[in-house]
Structure formats: structure tokens, C-alpha cells
Ligand binder design. Structure first.
Ligand SMILES: Cc1ncc(COP(=O)(O)O)c(C=O)c1O
Length: 451
């Protein structure tokens, strides 16, 4: 047993899985855990010490030694994002990075207070299994919020708490058994949605987007459409009433499903916010998905699905056994934050701030970029640069990333052969103090790429 413990820990230190400076369990605790005598563990720790792999600090404990050799690229390898995501999970977002909220305007004080409240409740709550659909009080809060902010009237039992939009999508695709089917996706559209459908064994059928939103050709063999009616991702237009009616009619008549990705529905920066598509769904064909990733923090991994009434029981069974809602303390904190009115206040502030930042960015781009590069500020939380046809926007974006500018190539948002070239710039973290310098750096990357 001593040898087994010694070899196990040694291998873990050598592979870098146990990091330098991390603390080992006390030998008394590990002995109890493994069901062996304390002397057995102590002898294994002594062997590790003899090899210089661990060090003891008096009676304080045992640590992985600072000198212990770890493989060179271990951490680089672990930090590398899964393919298809360029984000670095360990550091602050890059300038212009899309999909993250303003880092300097997080409502930290109100948020802390909501968490303190939630932790106090959590510490006294019985240690029991929570509701897999999400805490009832939180689902009530979300239902109330949707009725007032998104014009969507639903019952709390239709609301299921998920791990963001991504988790919600996984639940629906699996619960509806859509493997092997076809789905309309917007062209251009969010690349990760397309990738998610492919991962789930669903063939994506691109449907072009014009100024009214998705313009699809009626196909009875397509069983799903995933759309962003509130603000099309990435072009930003709202789906018109005519297109909404056409989409709902198609779904009702062909018994297809619609997934409404309302990722930024509440952050419409100008004009009247359009209601949720699900609000007009009289036939129970629409799944409405909301997420707190854009409005608060993607790190919370919180979102929700509003499921058509007729499917509620099926979803109750599905999530209970395969995809229960995440930690209750996060839900409690969000509920306290929302019921205290902080979420609405935060949204109001963010809409104003983002509109200002977008205008500031457009101004700086017009000053710093070559006049032949047009830009559009129609996107939800992004600005789009138009590049000449055939320009390698992927290479330009890669060059910009090397200067820590998190722009995205527009062509990757297309699936078909015609892929307009452009760049998408997130506006959430643009600041007056550095916007000109960053636009100048982007201009240099562009000039280099465009020759
Ligand atoms: C179009 C679109 N949908 C959904 C999301 C949010 O996904 P999640 O809630 O999983 O963070 C994003 C975030 O970038 C997005 O751009």
C-alpha cells in the first residue's frame, strides 16, 4: 500500500496534474480516506520527501515541492481552448472581444449583497436535492421578468433553469430526439450554434437573412429552425412581423420546432424592443431561450428555457434524469438580485452605456481607418467592418489577435459558398481613453492584411 500511494502521487506530480505548491491531504486524513494505517501513508510521504517531490513545513502540512519538475507545456496545453473557441479562459477579454459584458461596470456592490443573502440562506437550508427544474422562487422571478420585459406570458412550470443558452440547446436537441434531422440556421449566424447542431447529429440548412430577418424557403423535411428574432446575430436586425408569422405558420403546418435564441433581446440599444417570438406562438412550437451571459456574466453559466405547455411533463422527466439545474446558491443570488430591482437597473444603465460606447467606437473607426473600409453599427453589441470581396478576414483577425485585439472574421459566420469578408468588433469594453489607439492598431493589421 505504501508503494501504491507513493507511485500514485509521484506520477501525479511528475505529470503536472498536482501543481507545485499545492497541499497534500494530511497523512491522517488520507489514511482514513483509504482505510489504511497512518504509518502506511506516512511512509509513502517520507519516500516522496526523500525524492525531493514534496516538502513539509513543520506540523503545518505537506506541499508539492517548488523544485518538482513538471512537463514544460503542461499548462499551455490545459489552457488551450477547445477547437472552435479562441477565447483564453484565464485572462481578461481582449479588446473588441464579442460576447462578454462591460468588465468595468459590473454591479459589484449589489451583486455581493445578493450573494451574501444567498449564502446565508444556503447555510441554513436543509441539505436535500433541489428541484431539478430550478428553484421555484427563481422560476417565478424569471416568468415575471419575461412577462414585463419580453412580452412573454408563461407559467413558472414552463421555465427550466439551464447552463446558459448552450446548456439549453443541448437539452432541447436531446429531449426532442432530433439526431439525423435537418435544421434551418441563419446565414450568417452564430457559428457555435451551427457547430452545436452538427455535434448533435443534425444537418444545418442555411437560410439567408435580409433586412427583415430569416428568409427561408418552405421545406417540409426540415424539423427545426434556430433563430435570433430579437436582434439577429451578428447583423442586428429585428425579425419583422411578416417573417415571424411565416416562420410560425411553417412550424405549425409541418410540425417543426423553433428555437428562439434571445441572447441579447433585452439589450436593444435603439428603438422599441421587439417582443419575444414565443409571445406570438399560439401553437406551442417555440422554445424561448434566455441567458444571463450578456447581461451579467457568462461565468455564471445561467440561462433558461421556456417550454411549450404541452411539453412540460416531458421536460420535467428529461431534466430530472439527464440535465438538472446547476447550484442552488447561484439561483438564489440571481433571484435576490432580480427581486431587489438591481437587474432592471443594471439593464437600463447598460443599454445607455453600450449605446454610447458603440457611437464612440464608430467615431474612432471613421477617424482611424482608411475611408474605403465601411462600417455598420446595426449589430446588437457589435460593429461590423466590410472588407473587399475575397479578403482573407480569418488571417486579418489572426494578426489582430496577436496584438490582443479580439475581432472575429465575419466569413466564419457563413456556411454557404458565398462568404462576405468582414470583421466583427465587440463594443462592450470600448473606452474613451484607448479607443483611438486600439482602432489605429487594428488599422495597421488591416493595412498589412489588405496589402
Ligand atoms: C448568438 C448567441 N447566442 C447565445 C450566446 C450565449 O451563450 P451562453 O448563454 O451559452 O453563454 C451567445 C454568446 O456569445 C451568442 O452570441
Amino acid at each position: 500500500m505504501t508503494q501504491q500511494i507513493f507511485h500514485g502521487i509521484r506520477a501525479s506530480i511528475r505529470s503536472g496534474a498536482m501543481k507545485k505548491g499545492s497541499r497534500l491531504s494530511s497523512w491522517q486524513d488520507l489514511a482514513a480516506q483509504l482505510g489504511v494505517s497512518r504509518g502506511t501513508v506516512k511512509r509513502a510521504y517520507d519516500l516522496l520527501k526523500d525524492e525531493g517531490l514534496v516538502e513539509t513545513r513543520g506540523s503545518a502540512g505537506t506541499w508539492v515541492a517548488e523544485v518538482a519538475e513538471a512537463p514544460r507545456d503542461q499548462h499551455g496545453e490545459e489552457r488551450r481552448a477547445p477547437s472552435g473557441l479562441f477565447y483564453d479562459f484565464e485572462t481578461a477579454p481582449q479588446y473588441f472581444q464579442l460576447g462578454v459584458p462591460a468588465q468595468d461596470e459590473f454591479p459589484a456592490k449589489a451583486w455581493h449583497s445578493a450573494w451574501r443573502q444567498a449564502i446565508a440562506v444556503e447555510a441554513t437550508r436543509p441539505q436535500i436535492y433541489p428541484d431539478p427544474r430550478g428553484l421555484l422562487a427563481f422560476r417565478h422571478e424569471v416568468a415575471g421578468y419575461l412577462a414585463s420585459a419580453r412580452g412573454l406570458n408563461c407559467l413558472p412550470r414552463q421555465v427550466f433553469i439551464t447552463s446558459g443558452f448552450t446548456g439549453a440547446l443541448g437539452i432541447i436537441l436531446n429531449a426532442m430526439g432530433l439526431r439525423g434531422e435537418k435544421a434551418f440556421v441563419e446565414e450568417p449566424g452564430f457559428p457555435r450554434t451551427r457547430q452545436a447542431l452538427l455535434e448533435a447529429g443534425i444537418e444545418t440548412v442555411p437560410a439567408p437573412v435580409d433586412s427583415e430577418g430569416i428568409d427561408f424557403h418552405w421545406r417540409p423535411d426540415v424539423k427545426l429552425a434556430v433563430v435570433t428574432p430579437g436582434q439577429q446575430a451578428p447583423l442586428g436586425m429585428t425579425m419583422s412581423a411578416t417573417r415571424r408569422a411565416a416562420l410560425l405558420k411553417w412550424a405549425a403546418e409541418t410540425q417543426a420546432w423553433i428555437i428562439e435564441d434571445d441572447y441579447a433581446g433585452e439589450l436593444q440599444l435603439s428603438g422599441q424592443a421587439s417582443p419575444a417570438l414565443a409571445a406570438a406562438d399560439g401553437q406551442g412550437r417555440v422554445f424561448h431561450i434566455g441567458s444571463f451571459s450578456k447581461t451579467l456574466n457568462p461565468g455564471l453559466r445561467i440561462g433558461y428555457i421556456v417550454v411549450p405547455v404541452a411539453l412540460v411533463e416531458r421536460y420535467e422527466g428529461f431534466v430530472s434524469h439527464l440535465a438538472p439545474a446547476g447550484p442552488v446558491v447561484v439561483q438564489q443570488a440571481l433571484q435576490a438580485f432580480m427581486s431587489g430591482g438591481h437587474f432592471y437597473r443594471h439593464l437600463r444603465r447598460m443599454k445607455k452605456l453600450y449605446a454610447e460606447r458603440k457611437a464612440m467606437l464608430v467615431g474612432a473607426l471613421r477617424r482611424e481607418l482608411h475611408p474605403s473600409i465601411r462600417c455598420s453599427s446595426d449589430g446588437a453589441l457589435s460593429v461590423r467592418l466590410f472588407l473587399p470581396p475575397g479578403t482573407d478576414d480569418v488571417a486579418i483577425a489572426a494578426a489582430a489577435h496577436r496584438s490582443r485585439l479580439g475581432v472575429l472574421p465575419l466569413s466564419e459566420w457563413y456556411q454557404g459558398r458565398t462568404r462576405p469578408s468582414g470583421l466583427l468588433l465587440g463594443i462592450a469594453n470600448v473606452r474613451s481613453r484607448d479607443v483611438s489607439a486600439k482602432c489605429a492598431a487594428l488599422s495597421a493589421a488591416l493595412n498589412h492584411g489588405l496589402g
